[in-house]
Write a protein that binds this ligand. Structure first.
Ligand SMILES: [Zn+2]
Length: 473
């Protein structure tokens, strides 16, 4: 898992000789430059899709920032440090470390760890948002992070893979590797250190190796900066090959899948959702002490996507109209009875699961209205769009998700919503929209069992590929 790796940048890193391990995997395996992400293409939604094989209509993690109707509060997984402070750091950490895998991730689907644990395979994972498995882990008592946070926060055990290494909070054995508080820039090295230890001592059948630093680097320095961070991710991958006796022996004994959750595009403008709704709606604030039901809307910006929760159904059309007037918003999506509506470019397209057309992933749809909204066309009964790949399926999964807002927004190229802390990635890279630039991720399969033909790949295909490789259904 290389967070945020953009296909064009991965290809450039390979061509420039800066990613020799990825080059080997591509040369000996199959490289797919356009596996489609989910929408919103932000990390928690994508991570859950990769780790379960389902979109949020089944996994229920709707965005980076969302409103939990059952608890009548915002959930913030860490859009930025400033946003975390706005909602309370303790609450953000508890939501990210504990609730995401427990209360938030649907309990009726299995993660890749749970599926493999159930088959008595030896599972392992380095720090990744999704870790739910069948093995119990107590928080480490002696790490710096747990000492800082231990008093109140990180006390409960979690259920994870057989071997779990999560920042310095959970470590199923002493590898001698230190996570340094899980800070950006050193997390890849921690993963490489733990990963090579696990290879050296033959401690897994399946390892989810998470290399998150590329995403942070690209947010800061822009997609072009990925040349350096993909090279760093490659160095960590190389450590595993070395620990396994070198390239030849490692690849004889291991299959490797490399995937990113989404890509990155350059940010040149920001949108303040809060300013756009102020004066028109009574907005629920991050720390709103009023009784539930007092505010009219909750606003959930998440990089290049956003959600609006409308508490009074009679205000929904007004919220849609408001959203449609915001400069830099390309698509507004909502549910209308049995149909979903996507508006943009002056038109509207209505669609629902059906049988009149199909998409490249094989799902059937009934569609009417303006196809140009999604730059789409129908060819031989197949609905196609290069600019907004798998848009019908992804928009449907987002609007059908029970924890999503009533109105979903996707930003135009170059635009990003500032988060609740007022932070953005202006001048850097970001992601989240329905657009191809954010949404097409690289996928490399090397040594994976089974056929590899698909008309259109998705990051949701990774867990099924892994299960099939191990002979599971
Ligand atoms: Zn990101």
């Amino acid at each position: 898992m290389i967070d945020g790796a953009t296909p064009a940048m991965l290809e450039r890193a390979v061509e420039a000789g800066r990613a020799p391990t990825l080059a080997t995997l591509i040369e000996r395996g199959r490289y797919i430059p356009d596996a489609v992400s989910v929408f919103p293409s932000v990390t928690p939604v994508c991570a859950a899709a990769i780790a379960t094989g389902y979109a949020q209509d089944r996994h229920h993690i709707p965005s980076m920032n969302w409103f939990d109707r059952s608890e009548d509060r915002y959930v913030e997984y860490g859009s930025s440090f400033r946003a975390s402070l706005r909602f309370g750091l303790a609450r953000q950490l508890t939501d990210t470390i504990y609730n995401m895998n427990d209360a938030h991730l649907a309990s009726d689907i299995r993660t890749v760890f749970e599926a493999l644990d159930d088959a008595a395979l030896r599972t392992a994972g380095t720090t990744y948002l999704m870790y739910r498995g069948r093995h119990r882990h107590e928080p480490a008592r002696d790490s710096l992070l747990t000492r800082i946070a231990a008093a109140s926060l990180v006390r409960r055990p979690v259920m994870g893979p057989r071997e779990l290494f999560y920042a310095d909070i959970f470590a199923s054995r002493d590898t001698g590797c230190h996570g340094s508080l899980g800070l950006p820039g050193v997390r890849d090295r921690h993963a490489g250190c733990v990963g090579s230890y696990l290879v050296e001592y033959d401690l897994f059948d399946f390892l989810l190796l998470s290399l998150p630093d590329n995403d942070n680097h690209s947010h800061r320095y822009g997609p072009e900066g990925q040349l350096n961070s993909i090279a760093e991710a490659d160095r960590q991958l190389a450590r595993l090959l070395t620990a396994g006796g070198g390239k030849e022996r490692f690849l004889k004994e291991h299959a490797v899948i490399v995937v990113a959750d989404h890509a990155h595009t350059l940010i040149e403008n920001t949108i303040s959702l809060v300013s756009e709704f102020t004066g028109f709606f009574d907005i629920r604030r991050p720390t709103d002490l009023r009784e539930p039901g007092q505010a009219e809307v909750a606003l959930c910006p998440a990089a290049r996507a956003a959600m609006v929760y409308v508490f009074d159904e009679r205000l929904r059309d007004r919220a849609i109209d408001r959203a449609r007037t915001i400069a830099g918003v390309e698509h507004v999506i909502w549910r209308d009875g049995a149909e979903a509506v996507v508006a943009g470019n002056g038109g509207e397209l209505r669609f629902a699961p059906g049988s009149r057309v199909r998409d490249p992933r094989g799902r059937g749809w009934d569609v009417h209205g303006d196809l140009l909204v999604l730059a789409a066309r129908i060819e031989g009964g197949v609905v196609l769009s290069e600019r907004f790949p798998d848009a019908l399926g992804r928009a449907w999964d987002a609007i059908a998700c029970p924890t999503s807002g009533e109105v979903l927004l996707s930003a135009a190229e170059g635009f990003e919503f500032t988060d609740w802390g007022g932070a953005s990635h202006l001048g850097g890279g970001s992601h989240g929209s329905l657009g191809a630039g954010d949404s097409l991720a690289p996928l490399i399969c090397c040594g994976v069992q089974g056929e590899l033909t698909r008309e259109q790949w998705s990051i949701k295909d990774v867990t099924p590929l892994i299960k099939r490789h191990f002979g599971l259904r």
